[in-house]
Design a protein. Sequence first.
Length: 168
Amino acid sequence: MQAKEEFLKILDTVFFEDGFENITKLFEYDSDNSHKIELDIDGKLCGWVFYETKGQNKDDAAYETNDYMRNIVLDTVETKKTMGENDIYVSLIVVNPLFQKLGYGKRLIELLIDRNKDRDYLYLWADNTCNNRFYEQLKFENVRAFDTPYGYHTVVYRKKVSDLMGQQ
């Protein structure tokens, strides 16, 4: 199975309530405009992280096809407003449900930090559909929280890259 097809299948199981059309758009939104790290264990895709820098510009309007995608675009824009020029932004981190609670989410963060040691902060957002506890356990700082007009409560998190390097 191709990586994209497998990725979409896993995303569909993680975000099943959001609808497959939304998941396909989300994949296109991130893969067209971001860097991707895949975590492969014994030939099995366990998870992915998409990330970018503040300066990377997406054609957000092309992806605003429904409220779900409009919410993602809004959260991304609001998160980037809090970032500095030498920060990185995690647009999506997903661990296959078959491999959750085994440390692979943390491993994806470690791989991301290994590739971005020269950066200042790692930023991400999580809404009420995400596993916020994961970021809190890694001691990410809650920078701001807001409600979107699309019915989601969003928290913007950040962590100093040097602090994450110390957790490895």
